[in-house]
Design a protein around this ligand. Structure first.
Ligand code: PEP
Ligand code: MG
Length: 960
């Protein structure tokens, strides 16, 4: 396996199939908290939550009438939604009364084999009483009934990944009372049919672990029945259904629920409430929530809170509505209130993509919705009230807020606010704007943009030249910017399967659906025919910075036929299509992509970032082209120039031929001849990169190639070599076979090559020094550093340094210069070198941690073969993460820290860096900062990410 594939292997992530499914098992109790244990089969020795531990616990936090038990700081316990509901209540915003059942209750619930703690009953009943008082209605009361919602809410928002049940409390006893109270029979039966649909799906089917085949779940069945009624009556919209229709429908619904699930739909409000609470807890372990947690790195042990809140209704007629808004544009960051709303609709209608939502205001109008009336136009007073709340919330939270609201018969209610998910571009733009607006300071600015946001920002977009001549398929809403091209697939499962086979896909779906999470993740881009900008899938895609177009109405998706059609044309599965997610345009074919251009906001941001950064950031680059990219991204030097990379890729035929000649030489004379011929190529390439780096340090690593990889395999190449060496083809084969190693990773590589063939080291040192001297003579600064790889003993360094000193003297003489400034250091990539770092430091000007090999040898995991088992290790939580992507701080981290301490004890001010793949991983960068490294080195495109991560680490450590 090549060095290239070593690199890419180390970068490789897990597929969903590998990490899924994950078993979530709580067991032992530590202190007062449940903790996750891998596997436990016997619970008998543990205290029963309901009986002992939970007696003293407060599980229920009330928010009602301008007062609240919690606040925004209590996200860990109350979840994001619960904490912010409490905060909005404290801000005296119009929030319907309610209470939050804590995340701790969720973890206790799982620890107690999915039973709610016994004390919860009393706490909930007490809270319901207070809620009733605040709302002037009673839960389960036949004449003046209060209805509630049960919604999930984890510490970190997981949009659409868990469950919600609305209209809890409707029963044969409360329905007549609510009809009398509202005077609106249609509304009440509409609310009831929604309760049945949601409850049957969430509580009676999903929470019970029933898994019907796609399209046959109870929800789909009930949807189908609703559709049939609409069709038979010639209705276009759900709102056309009359009270009589709905009355008949709920009877049929209940019968179907009984037939399909074998249980009566519960008619007792309290039974419904407890069912709802348990089901929301259970949805924490639902398939898509678990998948989402894996992707986002959210720990299983956090659990979700449940928010039980008095219902307000957006579906009470023309004077009622529901909506979702962002205080600024979440796709671009523009400082404009942005959102969607639907008249006479409830809860999830906006996000579920069932009806095309109307724009909130002028700023939200686009091609797809410009014919619809905005809230600003229809209800200017309410819009103004909402706008004022938006302004207050932004000032209070000092961040972009994602808001949910309902208008019930002309009265505005706030149902949620949270920091909104945003694209990388939006994150950067809004943070820079907020700095200018003096809403946030520079430190907050730097902390506000996540390293992954920068990653998205540097993503490619569709080449405008290619776009000009491309054939249009359709247009939709630009939900996630950038460009993406791939082969169309129509189900999430197909997306996962195709990607596993090495294909690039665009996931095309009829509507946005959080069930598609795994397919969405692996796809290059996402396209849906229905849904709005605030639909769940759009939110999720945007959070990932994934190119996404939703609501492309002209496109008709035929999931079963695995095809789509638009403009009279049909596109089968596997057809190449391209998305311009910034404009919302879908094209035929595989269009070219270009990299993100110069972005002045980005540059200004990075300038501020660097004012906080103390850790250096270098790059791993082996060509002048890469060096230039890295410089443009702010690299402060090259931390790893892999010399052997000059033998890969285009234009390397000649040096590769000479290298092969050198490898297959059998006498020192032959080898010397080959090295002499190779020398000018090595010097040329090193010189070009030294020059490109304009006097910044360049760490050139001496050759570290697995030799057998360079043995020619084709007969043609072998014959060419045989001719050049004046030997037979057979002899070439025999010499090649002699280089075979059983374990090349631990074989004749790195410094070992320089020990057995000193002339190889000498040639390289001569090339480096002559290149530097020539540049210096031409008044072009250069700063070479020589790095000796794969060392395990100080004597190896001594051996090589003798050669280096000898060559240096020769070059100085030849070039007629007194000195050529040069540092000589070593990689620390073998555990023995780390253990003996004090000795290694006596002969090293610097250390650079080769954490690819250090991880390989520290774990005993072959970096070439880890793909076969790593998925299981991470999936089963044997390891928290892939140690080739992020430094294993517990184990390998100790080797690093020990080396730094030991090395600096012997050589004060020893320069220390890292050049393994982990050098561009934000968590590893933070670890390197904490461990006192001088710099990290990573691939050119990760340089800005490392710079930001380094600045954030300094801010977190309060050192700046
Ligand atoms: C390393 O081992 O971390 C390293 C940078 O060297 P390579 O990947 O080339 O073995
Ligand atoms: Mg290495």
């Amino acid at each position: 396996m090549s060095q290239e594939s070593k690199k890419s292997m180390a970068k490789e992530g897990l597929t969903f199939a590998e990490v899924f499914p994950i078993l979530f098992r709580f067991s032992a109790l530590k202190g007062s908290r449940a903790v996750v244990q891998p596997v436990v089969s016997n619970h008998r020795t543990q205290p029963r939550i309901g009986e002992t531990m939970s007696k003293s616990k407060k599980y229920v936090y009330l928010f009602a009438g301008g007062a609240a038990d919690g606040n925004a700081k209590m996200k860990n316990l109350l979840g994001g939604k619960g904490a912010n509901l409490a905060e909005m209540c404290l801000l005296k915003l119009p929030v319907p009364a309610g209470f939050t059942v804590t995340t701790e209750c969720c973890t206790d619930f799982f620890a107690n084999r999915s039973k709610l703690p016994a004390v919860l009953d009393a706490q909930v009943r007490a809270a319901v009483l207070k809620m009733e008082k605040a709302m002037g209605a009673k839960f389960g009361d036949p004449s003046n009934p209060l209805l509630v919602s049960c919604r999930s809410g984890a510490r970190k928002s997981m949009p659409g990944m868990m469950e919600t049940v609305l209209n809890v409390g409707l029963s044969s006893k409360t329905i007549p009372g609510l009809i009398r109270k509202t005077g609106n029979e249609r509304f009440v039966y509409d609310a009831y049919r929604r309760l049945i649909m949601m409850y049957a799906d969430v509580v009676m089917e999903k929470a019970e672990g029933l898994e019907p085949a796609e399209g046959q779940g109870i929800r789909k069945q009930l949807d189908g029945m609703l559709g049939t009624v609409k069709k038979s009556k010639g209705y276009k919209s759900d709102t056309d259904l009359t009270a009589e229709d709905l009355k008949a429908l709920v009877v049929a619904f209940k019968q179907r629920v009984k037939d399909a699930l074998g249980k009566e739909f519960p008619d007792d409000p309290w039974k419904q409430l407890w069912g709802g609470v348990s089901a929301v807890f259970k949805s924490w372990n639902g398939k898509r929530a678990v998948s989402y947690r894996r992707i986002e790195g959210i720990p299983d042990e956090w659990g979700t809170a449940v928010n039980v809140q008095a219902m307000v209704f957006g579906n009470m007629g023309e004077n009622s509505a529901t909506g979702v808004a962002f205080s600024r544009n979440p796709a671009t960051g523009e400082n404009k209130f942005y959102g969607e709303w639907l008249v006479d609709a409830q809860g999830e209608d906006v996000v579920a993509g069932i009806r095309t939502p109307s724009p909130l205001n002028k700023a939200t109008k686009n091609e797809q919705n410009k014919h619809l009336m905005s809230l600003e136009e229809v209800k200017p007073k309410l819009y103004k009230q909402l706008y004022d709340i938006r302004t207050r919330l932004e000032k209070h939270y000092k961040d972009m807020q994602d808001i949910e609201f309902t208008i019930q018969e002309g009265v505005l209610y706030m149902l949620q606010c949270r920091s909104g998910k945003r694209t990388g571009t939006a994150a950067l733009n809004m943070a820079m704007d907020m700095l200018k607006e003096k809403l946030i300071d520079a430190k907050t600015l730097v902390m506000r943009v996540e390293p992954t946001h920068l990653d998205q920002l540097l993503h490619p977009f569709v080449d405008p030249a290619a776009e000009k001549v491309a054939i249009l398929i359709g247009k939709g809403l630009p939900a996630g910017p950038g460009g993406a091209t791939g082969q169309a697939v129509f189900t999430a499962e197909d997306a996962v399967a195709w990607v596993a086979n090495g294909k690039k896909v665009i996931l095309v779906r009829e509507e946005t659906n959080p069930e598609d999470i795994e397919g969405m993740r692996v796809a290059q881009g996402i396209l849906t025919a229905r849904g709005g900008m605030t639909s769940h899938a759009a939110l999720v895609a945007r959070g990932w910075g994934k190119c996404c177009i939703v609501g492309a109405g002209e496109i008709h998706v035929d999931v079963h036929g695995k095809k789509m059609s638009a403009g009279g044309k049909t596109y089968a599965e596997g057809t190449w299509i391209t998305l311009n997610g910034t404009k919302g345009i879908v094209y035929e074919g595989e269009l070219a992509m270009v990299d993100a251009t110069e972005n002045p906001q980005f540059k200004a941001f990075m300038k501020i970032v660097d004012t906080f950064r103390t850790l250096g950031v270098r790059t791993n680059a082996d060509t002048p082209e890469d060096a230039k990219i890295a410089l443009a991204y702010g690299a402060e030097g090259i931390g790893l120039f892999r010399t052997e990379h000059m033998f890969y890729g285009a234009g390397t035929d000649e040096p590769l031929f000479l290298l092969r000649k050198m490898i297959l030489s059998s006498t020192p004379a032959e080898r010397k001849q080959a090295l002499d011929e190779l020398f000018p190529f090595v010097k040329r390439d090193i010189k070009a990169t030294l020059e490109a780096m304009k006097g910044l340090p360049v760490t050139v690593r001496l050759l570290d190639p697995p030799l057998h990889e360079f043995v020619p395999q084709s007969v043609e190449k072998q014959a060419e070599l045989a001719k050049a060496l004046g030997i037979t083809l057979e002899q070439v084969k025999t010499r090649g076979d002699a280089l075979h190693e059983n374990n090349p990773m631990m074989g004749h590589r790195g410094v070992r090559l320089g020990v057995t063939y000193p002339e190889v080291t000498e040639m390289q040192v001569r090339a480096i020094l002559e290149a530097a001297a020539e540049l210096n003579k031409a008044k072009k600064a250069s700063k070479p550093e020589i790095m000796i790889p794969v060392t395990c003993d100080v004597n190896e360094l001594k051996h090589q340094k003798v050669l280096i000193a000898k060559v240096k003297a020769e070059v100085c003489k030849k070039m007629n210069v007194r000195d050529i400034p040069l540092l000589v250091g070593t990689m620390i990539e073998i555990p023995r070198a780390a253990l003996l770092a004090d000795r290694m430091a006596t002969e090293s000007d610097f250390f650079s941690f080769g954490t690819n090999d250090l991880t390989q040898m520290g774990f005993g995991f072959s970096r070439d073969d880890i793909g076969g088992f790593l998925g299981h290790y991470v999936g089963q939580k044997i390891l928290a993460a892939d140690p080739f992507q992020t430094i294993d701080q517990d184990g390998i981290g100790q080797l690093i820290q020990m080396s730094v301490q030991k090395g600096r004890k012997v050589r004060k001010g020893l320069k220390v860096g890292i050049c393994g793949e982990q050098g561009g991983d934000p968590a590893s960068v933070e670890f390197c900062f904490k461990s006192g490294l001088n710099y990290v080195s990573c691939s050119p495109f990760r340089v800005p990410i490392a710079r930001l991560a380094a600045a954030q680490a300094a801010i977190k450590a309060k050192k700046v």
